[in-house]
Design a protein around this ligand. Structure first.
Ligand code: MGD
Ligand code: MGD
Ligand code: SF4
Ligand code: MO
Length: 695
């Protein structure tokens, strides 16, 4: 007779690249397996709520397709022919090749490439210690946050906002450019509390009537890349109707009079023509945030994934500065709290060995880098080797045709450390099996909240999986890279990092599972001054000097509008490309993650293109038809879905499916561009002009 295993409930943290960074409670069945995963009720932002895809995590961590052993390519690049090798053989081979490339081409010919597949600080960022110790090429990380953070910091001077739990104390929650139901479900939990308990209104602003807009009291569907026009008209109405808080403006902002004068012509009629919204919708929104001083602006990433994204973010952020909402509990704005933690990362990232002058390559331009584009290579030599952790560029990076060409180069030596045989791993010369989060120790922080969290190892990894830290350290030893961090355990590194950052000790953190580091009310609401030297909110940013990590000015930065304004640098539709395509996130995938789990695949079905019924009719397309979508970057096949909740001329492909899920193996990022938005770069994933025809 089988004995029922004793179920233990253990704490953990969701490691995925999601602002919610949920505190979890995991059913540990024995030393090797888990059952259900639930949201922690003790951690007040998670508040017992997590998304469905992580609740069924057992299907990902115990997936039969997990990589279990190191593999070496034996067939042609990308043919999927690998043979099993030992860890020693794999590490020796990598070290031999890296050292030979370094000797022949210099250390910058090697490019460690990573992203946020895990958000654990040691496992995600430890690769930089190897990079710096070896002077390998740098990575300028632009694929996700750059435009949004730049626009936010331009206004506030700091990447931090009002305590997100205050959403529950708001009278109006404005969910702007984030599809929270899909991408960070906890926002909905707190916003809905405000509605239930205080009769708050929920406003949601997007380019299609997505799952979040369907739950809103006021749902504004505007044309992509026109959010700044909406923000300007709203501020025009606020000044016009006496809802601007002039005392607050005088005390806390830089050029309120210039702003007011500039907005005189930015009327609701002007904005209606640009955004496609009605004048009545714009007036209603403005009156709502003008009369409800406790308005909470929850600003997402999505609306900043346009070529004018930094300007749109800054314009939307300017609205609560005009109403003075920042002064009230439940009022103000929030985008990310990444600026509150102030980690000392010298041990994790080996910053003490970092040398100036090593080239930085733009993560989003990996296709251009690998195909020898001189500006992308910073006029330096070719990249001859890649070492990849926690990211899947051969699905997620823009300009996929170039990405695939680059990875197919026979003279490129590629190492991929992964949990699954992703489309990137399939292009590797050496594939290394990686642990998942419950199989290693790490430290986490909330982007969408204010907790530092400990995620300890709960179960043994399957097969021969090793953690990122183990692999980085083993390679360092063979490559002659020196840093004391390579000889330490993740626990030792975390303990040092906590202590040096003034956040206590690891033992203290483990005893509590998490630490709430919310800044006090006055700081979080910027009542003691904004982050700029003059202490003011900046309506008129000094764009080139905005303190966001940057590697020089790019894009049409010299034409950035001085004050919030509509900025026409987006890919507007034209005769050849009559449609605008956005690649908004699918609910059951997380970037390219979960597109291997049966539960998520069943929910998502197949790659689709959502079309307005009139657009579909005009093209002779019916639901279920195969359609071809194209632009000068390539073509993609999708299945048509007819959806009335779109503005005409806008189409949505909820993403990200693997390339291989599409006919001819060309996925949605075939159509997206890697040109850099001003002023510091980024990736405009939702800003694409395309043509469409029935296949
Ligand atoms: N289920 C799921 N969750 C995720 C992810 C996922 O892929 N799937 N990705 C994770 C990651 S890495 C991140 S960075 C976050 C991002 O999460 P979000 O902040 O939500 O950002 P996006 O996912 O890029 O897009 C959000 C919304 O912006 C809309 N949008 C696009 N262009 C415009 C525009 O011009 N104006 C307006 N108003 N809206 C626009 C899109 O239609 C989409 O509905 O989510 C994380 N969580
Ligand atoms: N068209 C389109 N493209 C997009 C976007 C979009 O909205 N539309 N969003 C963009 C955004 S915001 C982002 S952030 C990027 C993200 O894209 P990716 O960086 O690819 O993100 P993920 O899917 O989160 O993680 C990638 C991989 O990390 C692996 N991984 C997880 N944990 C570990 C670990 O501990 N060790 C190792 N070695 N591997 C691990 C997972 O198995 C997964 O395959 O995609 C971008 N691409
Ligand atoms: S909502 Fe985000 S952080 Fe929370 S469990 Fe889901 S993916 Fe993880
Ligand atoms: Mo992201």
């Amino acid at each position: 007779m089988n004995q029922m295993p004793r179920v233990e409930i253990r704490p953990s943290v969701c490691p995925h690249d999601c602002p919610s960074a949920c505190s979890l409670e995991v059913e540990v069945l024995d030393g090797r397996s888990i059952g259900r995963v639930r949201g922690s009720k003790r951690q007040s932002y998670t508040d017992g709520v997590i998304c469905a895809k992580v609740a069924r995590y057992a299907e990902r961590i115990h997936h039969p397709d997990r990589l279990l052993h190191p593999l070496k390519r034996v067939g042609p690049k990308g043919a999927g022919q690998f043979e099993r090798i030992s860890w020693d053989e794999a590490l020796d081979e990598i070290a031999r090749r890296f050292l030979a490339i370094e000797t022949e081409h210099g250390s910058e010919a090697i490019w460690p490439y990573y992203y946020a597949g895990t958000m654990g600080l040691v496992m995600r960022d430890g690769i930089n210690r190897l990079r710096h110790a070896k002077r390998y090429s740098g990575q300028y990380s632009t694929i996700c946050t750059t435009t949004a953070w730049t626009g936010f910091i331009a206004g506030t001077g700091r990447l931090a906002g009002v305590d997100p739990r205050e959403m529950a104390k708001s009278d109006c929650v404005v969910i702007w450019g984030t599809n929270a139901v899909h991408t960070q479900v906890n926002v909905m939990n707190h916003a809905i509390k405000a509605r239930k308990e205080r009769g708050a209104k929920i406003v949601a602003i997007d380019i299609y009537r997505n799952a979040t807009l369907q739950q809103a009291d006021l749902a504004l569907v505007l044309k992509p890349g026109t959010d700044a026009a909406l923000a300007c008209a709203v501020m025009h109405v606020l000044f016009r109707d006496g809802h601007a808080d002039r005392d607050y403006l005088a005390a806390h902002t830089d050029y309120p009079d210039e702003l007011e004068a500039h907005l005189a012509t930015r009327t609701p009629e002007w904005a209606a023509a640009i955004t496609g919204l009605s004048v009545a919708e714009i007036e209603e929104f403005a009156t709502l945030v003008g009369t409800r001083k406790r308005s909470f602006f929850r600003l997402g990433y999505g609306f900043a994934r346009q070529r004018n994204g930094a300007v749109s973010m800054h314009a939307a952020l300017s609205v609560p500065a005009v109403t003075g909402a920042w002064q009230y509990e439940g009022g103000g704005a929030f985008h990310s709290n990444s600026g509150i933690y102030r980690w000392r990362k010298s041990l994790i990232e080996g910053l003490d060995t970092m040398e100036r002058g090593v080239r930085q390559l733009d993560q989003s331009q990996i296709g251009r880098v690998l195909t020898g584009d001189a500006p992308a290579l910073r006029d330096g030599g070719p990249v001859k080797a890649l070492f990849i952790q926690n990211t899947n560029p051969v699905s997620v990076a823009p300009e996929q045709e170039l990405v695939k060409q680059g990875f197919a180069r026979e003279d490129l030596f590629t190492v991929v450390h992964e949990q699954f045989m992703t489309e990137t791993a399939a292009m590797a010369d050496i594939v290394l099996p990686a642990t998942q989060f419950m199989e290693h120790d790490d430290l986490y922080q909330g982007g969408g909240h204010q907790h530092i969290m400990w995620g300890g190892k709960l179960i043994e990894p399957p097969g021969e999986c090793r953690s990122n830290h183990e692999v980085v350290s083993a390679l360092a030893q063979r490559l002659g890279a020196e840093h004391r961090g390579f000889a330490m355990t993740p626990r030792e590194i975390v303990d040092w990092t906590l202590r040096e950052s003034g956040r206590g000790t690891l033992d203290e953190l483990i005893a509590n599972d998490f630490l709430d580091v919310q800044p006090d009310f006055e700081t979080a609401h910027y009542l003691k001054g904004f982050g700029h030297r003059d202490g003011k909110f900046h309506f008129k940013p000094d764009w080139p000097k905005v303190p966001n990590a940057n590697d020089g000015l790019v894009g049409p930065y010299d034409r950035l509008p001085a004050l919030p304004d509509q900025w026409d640098v987006i890919e507007l539709a034209d005769d050849e490309h009559p449609f605008r395509l956005a690649t908004s996130p699918a609910r059951s995938f997380l970037n390219s993650t979960f597109n291997e789990t049966p539960g998520s695949l069943k929910k998502e079905g197949q790659p689709t293109l959502m079309l307005h019924p009139d657009d579909a009719a005009g093209l002779g397309i019916a639901a279920g038809d195969e359609v071809v979508v194209g632009n000068r970057r390539g073509t993609v096949h999708l299945t048509a879905a007819i959806f009335a909740g779109l503005v005409r001329g806008v189409v949505i492909a909820e993403s990200i499916w693997p390339n291989a899920a599409h006919k001819h193996g060309r996925g949605i990022n075939t159509l997206t561009g890697a040109d850099s938005p001003a002023p510091f770069g980024g990736a405009a994933f939702h800003d694409n002009k395309v043509w469409i025809r029935k296949a």
